[in-house]
Each structure stands twice: as C-alpha cells, then as structure tokens.
Design a protein around this ligand. Sequence first.
Ligand SMILES: [Zn+2]
Ligand SMILES: [Zn+2]
Ligand SMILES: [Zn+2]
Ligand SMILES: [Zn+2]
Ligand SMILES: [Zn+2]
Ligand SMILES: [Zn+2]
Length: 374
Amino acid sequence: MSEEQTVSLVDVLEEDEELEEEASAVLAGSDSDHCSYPQGYVKRQALYACNTCTPKGGQAAGVCLACSYKCHEGHNLFELYTKRNFRCDCGNGKFTDAPCKLFHDKEDVNGLNKYSHNFFGEYCTCGRPYPDPEDQVEDEMIQCVLCEDWLHGRHLGCDVPDGVELQEMICESCMTTNVFLWSYAAHLAVPGGAVQSETVAAKEATSSLRAQTDEAAEPSRKRGRVEGKEGPACRLKALEASGVKRVRSGAVFWPSGWRSELCRCDACQGRLAEAGLSFLPDESDTVLAYENKGKRQEGDAPAPDPLMSALDNLNRVQQLEIIHGYNDMKSELKDFLQTFAAEGKVVTSDDIRQFFELQQSRKRRQVDGRFHCA
Ligand SMILES: [Zn+2]
Ligand SMILES: [Zn+2]
Ligand SMILES: [Zn+2]
Ligand SMILES: [Zn+2]
Ligand SMILES: [Zn+2]
Ligand SMILES: [Zn+2]
C-alpha cells in the first residue's frame, strides 16, 4: 500500500505536463517572478498583505505574488486570495524601510486601490482573523463578489446552498447598497437562501421572461413590435414590472452564468458604472475565469493526484511556495522522491515541506550573495 503510493507519486511527477497544468491552475494568471506593478491595475491577481511591514494601525497595503516571495520572505503575511483592479504597493510610500527588490520606480500611492479590513487580517462582518484560534466552529469562508470580503457561512444571514463552489455570493450589505440587485435576485438567485415568499411566481415569471427573450433573439411572430424604434428594451425594467418580490435580507447566491443575464442597456450600464460595478456583467471577472486562465485545456478536469493531496495538508501560501519551488527544481525533487521509492517509504507533506525549505534556504543564500556583490 505505502509502496504503491510512493511509486504513483513518482509516476505523477513523470507526467510533467499534467502537473504543470495543475500548478498553473493554482497560480493562474499571477506571475511568481515579476512584480505586477508595471501592468498597472491588474484585472485580478493573487494578493498578500504584510503584517511585518504594514501592521494594523498604519496604512493598508497589498503586494503581488512575486513580491510576497522575493520581498517579504519570512514575514507575517495575510493571504488575500485574489482581488480585482489592484496595483502592487510593495516598497511604495507605505513601506518605510522595506524597498521592493523587483521593481524600484513606484509612485508613492496607488490611488485607485481599494482596501478593506482584510488587509489587516480581519474578515467577515464579525471582523475575526482567519484561521481564528478562538473559533472552534467548523465553517467555510465565502468571498463576496462585490466587496471581496470573506464571510463566515454562518454570518451570511441565509443558508449556504449545495454546490456553493460553482456559485457567486453577494453579501447582504452589498445587496442593500445596490438595491436594484434584489430585482435580479427575485428571478435569478439560487433558491434556498433567504426565505422566498413567491418561489412559484418567481419561477413562472422567469420562464415567461425567457420566452420573451427567445422571441427577441429569434423574432418570428412578433417581428413588427421588436423592430420598433425604441431600441432594445431594458431587461431590468421588465423584471421590476413583473412584480415578483423576494425577501430583502441575507446574502444572495447566484448560479453560474448569472452575470450574462444582467441587462446591458445604456441606462443599466450607467447605473453599474456609477456604483463602481462595471465589472459585473463581465464573465471573465469571475474567480472561476481567473482560475481557468492558467489551465491550457479548459473544461478538462485533471484527475486528483497524490502530490496535490499531500499539498492539501499545507496552507495556501505554503502550497504556492512549494509549487513555485517545484517549477524551479523539478529534477531535484524527482531525485528526492526516487530515494523514498527506492526505500519503499511513504512521502509525507512534512517531507516535501522540509525538502523545499532546504531548497529555499540554499536559494536565499545565493540571492543574498548576488545582492551584496551588486
Ligand atoms: Zn509586486
Ligand atoms: Zn513585509
Ligand atoms: Zn516587491
Ligand atoms: Zn463572521
Ligand atoms: Zn459584499
Ligand atoms: Zn437595462
């Protein structure tokens, strides 16, 4: 059993292509070698906040994936997962004595960056850290697609539906700020969240809306009316006029593809822009799209492999470090794993971590040496 597992781990490593695809799915569009600053406000990227360089009480700052490795190694980092439209702050005016080692010529501030309590390691409406040493309740954290805060499942004000990983969530606070979203929610939202008073009516209205849309797309009987001079009708207005209501409380879960259902008429686009939500009708804004970006073949789900299962036991920062390290030193890792196979030992996540820590400290010495000589 243990021998088999070890051998299959090596086998997996032989299949470089498959593994690289997995690694690129985790890293997706984020560059682990070059600071993303020259790209400006990146559509979506992995971000970190450094509690060592910019602790609570000071100004919030976020750094890119490459900077988290190269400029903040060994620091106390908060993982922010991904955020949209952000420009790397590493080494700018917010960092008093930690220059960016990757890109030097930065403006003092990035005026369009948005910051939240996440940048100080606080999450959710309860403002707790994650993981929370004082919280014994098993719960998942879900990111709101508007404010990008992470919320505890139990603090959403609604039940978390099944298949949540394929759905997007908008927190109650963001729903309340953008009232028009409730009209969409009555028709599109995943049922089983906040109590829906008129589920049947909502379903009927949705199907009749679909029928209208189909007719518009394939005009036959009502051709004359559709071609009128008033331009395309506002879908949101049609929804509002249908009179279907939903209880306006709690977070809302949206099924995959829901963004394409949003009205794109001029008035609606203006409203979205005003609310700072122009990204919303854009399917490529989703985290799912970001995660798919790095995969060469989309929709072809790779089989779970033993190395990745071992990595599952590490936190995400460690995972990324290891995958990053792996790309740098495939052959050493292969040799290392071969010794386990030869001895018939099982490779544990601790072994892999130790291997990379050793590799990293070697690399750090090299880098330091170069740095001082220059
Ligand atoms: Zn950077
Ligand atoms: Zn730092
Ligand atoms: Zn940096
Ligand atoms: Zn909470
Ligand atoms: Zn929100
Ligand atoms: Zn509209």
